[in-house]
Design a protein around this ligand. Structure first.
Ligand SMILES: Nc1nc2c(ncn2[C@@H]2O[C@H](COP(=O)(O)OP(=O)(O)OP(=O)(O)O)[C@@H](O)[C@H]2O)c(=O)[nH]1
Ligand SMILES: Nc1nc2c(ncn2[C@@H]2O[C@H](COP(=O)(O)OP(=O)(O)OP(=O)(O)O)[C@@H](O)[C@H]2O)c(=O)[nH]1
Ligand SMILES: [Mg+2]
Ligand SMILES: [Mg+2]
Lengths: 290, 293
């Protein structure tokens, strides 16, 4: 789009359509194009080259909520950077989200990265409902050399977390990764079950160091509702955007950051062990610009 | 929802005391466009819809009408109903030998769960004797997942310790014949339509099995990517129908509007919950109401 072209109405319309196609949503797409148009009229931006530069900077800026840690430093939170005081171990990280978004796979891949950094990892099989959920996580535990705490199917997820936390404390584990069942944000009973997990952990003297909302990058405008309702029952600290290796651009990220102030922390770029990375805003923005 | 928004737009115009102009219709079209995009209707479908609405609305009828808001709302509803098409939930059963249904779709869309749900629905609705085939050889515990669901429903699940899904699928059909099962539902691995190797793989399964129905399982919460992926699968496969899952979420599900137009195929069933009895025949009129909000 940014080839040899004039910065005219046709260009702005095409740009707006590209943003809509990337799931930025009609309001944000319209805003950006309007802003660009007015800066062009005022003479501040002349021509498509300058427009591209401005968009790159502006979109990257919109992905950085105030006060969020820079993504590169984000993989290991302060709680697990050496030296780790015994009292702050284990760092408990939760993985929440709607059905099929990629939570269990994210847990497995982050366990792999942490192991690679020399951290000890325990997985909690907090999905006690879905068929073969525990078996799926068990395979990731084996693949990554992580310990796992798992109860029978149908049990209380809070009880799994309770046991896993105790086990991690007793073993001096650095990080406890909690896999949870997929749940739709509009299901009151499931959201109440989610809230209970944090209460039970607090009762045990623990607290969540990280709470990730795991979100499929192809999700449409409903993603905002998901984030807002999950945040009512969980102290979310960041978003993991999965399946960015598809054709979906994940443009809902902009609305999410704007409306929740949550940072995008990791990107899932495939199904393999290595295919999760700290979120790279510049690369993300480049993939969105047509 | 959209109907209320449109009524507001027209109430304002009427309140201004002058006649409704073409310019005013354009303003209502902008409101329609934003509302449909917010509901995740594909951009190409929004453009086609607003064009069709403009042509009808700019006609004499609406401009002269006492209640232009109502007329535009009716035009929008009719156009959406037209895009969704008539209900079509039939399965093309074979008269001899087991009917084969191939399920495909992106990662996490709900294929494995829907295989089991569909077996249950077709057993109950059409008196079928289903066999489930565990042909996802990639995902950890995918076979165990389908086996658990099959056990729960009392349906046999076929699997083979091999690396080639074609072998599992052909083995399943052979096994179904031998056991008197008249329906085989093939669960496959989630795949991206841009993954050439995996699209070749499912094309090979399709070629070897000549399924009677090929159904794309798509997450109703998908945004603009829905029509892209559906079109890509349809160009590789050809599809006979679609199943929209997770409609028990509060997503407006606008993706549904463009699917028939993009593939020429109907949405046959809707997943409306995690439990195995939560699969319904798809109702186009109910979907239209949901998208309009
Ligand atoms: N291509 C691609 N596939 C992914 C990615 N992340 C996860 N997946 C796939 O998405 C599917 C669902 O992943 P899961 O980890 O089971 O998702 P989940 O959120 O735990 O699902 P539920 O527990 O059932 O809610 C699997 O097939 C994964 O391999 C990604 O970044 N890229
Ligand atoms: N709420 C709800 N959840 C659903 C529905 N259909 C499937 N699910 C859930 O969505 C998640 C993913 O379902 P799967 O059947 O594992 O999806 P899949 O397409 O087989 O996933 P892959 O094989 O990894 O590509 C599971 O948690 C299911 O229980 C539905 O209609 N409503
Ligand atoms: Mg899971
Ligand atoms: Mg599956």
């Amino acid at each position: 789009l940014f080839g040899l072209r004039k910065l005219d109405t046709d260009f702005l319309n095409e740009l707006e359509e590209a943003f809509i196609a990337a799931d930025l949503g009609p309001m944000l797409a319209g805003e950006l194009v309007e802003e660009l148009g007015s800066r062009n009229r005022s003479g501040e931006i002349a021509g498509v080259e300058q427009a591209k530069a401005w968009l790159r900077a502006e979109l990257a800026r919109q992905l950085m909520p105030a006060g969020a840690p820079a993504p590169a430093a984000a993989l290991t939170p302060a709680a697990v950077l050496a030296p780790v005081a015994a009292a702050s171990k284990p760092a408990v990280w939760f993985f929440l989200g709607v059905n099929g978004s990629g939570k269990t796979t994210a847990v497995g891949r982050i366990a792999h990265r942490l192991q690679g950094e020399g951290r000890s990892v325990l997985l909690a099989a907090g999905d006690t409902f879905r068929a073969a959920a525990g078996a799926q996580l068990e395979i990731w535990a084996e693949r990554t050399g992580s310990a796992i705490v798992r109860h029978k199917e149908g049990g209380d997820p809070a009880a799994v977390i309770f046991d896993a936390y105790d086990a991690a404390k007793n073993r001096g584990t650095d990080v406890l990764l909690v896999d949870t069942a997929g749940r739709l944000h509009n299901k009151k009973n499931l959201m109440a079950e989610c809230e209970k997990m944090f209460r039970v952990l607090a009762k045990r003297g623990g607290q969540a160091a990280e709470v990730f909302l795991v979100l499929d990058a192809a999700t449409g405008q409903n993603a905002v509702q998901q984030a807002l309702l999950f945040r009512e029952v969980a102290p979310l600290t960041g978003i993991i955007l999965t399946k960015l290796d598809g054709t979906a651009k994940g443009g809902i990220a902009f609305r999410l950051v704007r409306e929740t102030g949550l940072p995008i922390r990791y990107a899932g770029l495939g199904e393999g062990m290595e295919d999760i990375e700290p979120f790279n805003a510049a690369a993300f923005v480049d993939a969105i610009l047509p | 929802g959209l109907s209320d928004k449109l009524q507001q737009v027209f109430a304002r115009l009427r309140g201004s005391g002058r006649r409704i102009s073409e310019q005013d219709v354009n303003e209502s079209l902008r409101a329609i466009r934003v509302a449909l995009l917010e509901a995740d209707v594909a951009l190409e479908a929004v453009k086609a819809l607003t064009q069709a609405i403009r042509e009808q609305a700019v006609g004499e009828k609406v401009l002269e009408s006492v209640r232009p808001g109502d007329m535009v709302v009716k035009i929008v509803q009719d156009e959406i109903a037209r895009l969704l098409g008539a209900s079509d939930t039939a399965i093309r059963y074979r008269t001899e030998g087991p009917t084969v249904i191939l399920m495909c779709g992106l990662q996490g869309s709900g294929k494995t769960t829907t295989c089991a749900k569909l077996a249950r629905l077709l057993a109950s609705r059409d008196g079928r004797k289903p066999l489930l085939a565990a042909a996802d050889l990639k995902r950890p515990a995918a076979i165990a997942q389908l086996q658990t669901l099959g056990r729960e429903l009392g349906f046999p699940v076929y699997s083979e310790a091999v690396a080639d899904p074609v072998r599992v699928c052909t083995g399943a059909v052979k096994h179904a014949r031998a056991e008197g099962r008249d329906l085989v539902i093939l669960d496959t691995a989630g795949r991206l339509h841009v993954d050439e190797e995996l699209m070749r793989e499912i094309k090979a399964v399709h070629a070897a099995l000549s399924p009677d129905e090929t159904l794309l399982v798509l997450d109703a919460m998908t945004g603009q990517d829905a029509v892209r992926s559906a079109r890509a699968f349809h160009e590789t496969l050809p599809l006979d129908g679609l199943i929209l899952t997770k409609l028990d979420s509060d997503t407006r599900g606008g993706a549904a509007l463009s699917l028939r137009h993009a593939t020429g195929r109907p949405i046959k069933f809707a997943g409306v919950g995690e439990q195995l009895d939560k699969l319904e025949e798809f109702h186009p009129d109910r979907m239209a109401g949901r998208i309009l909000g």
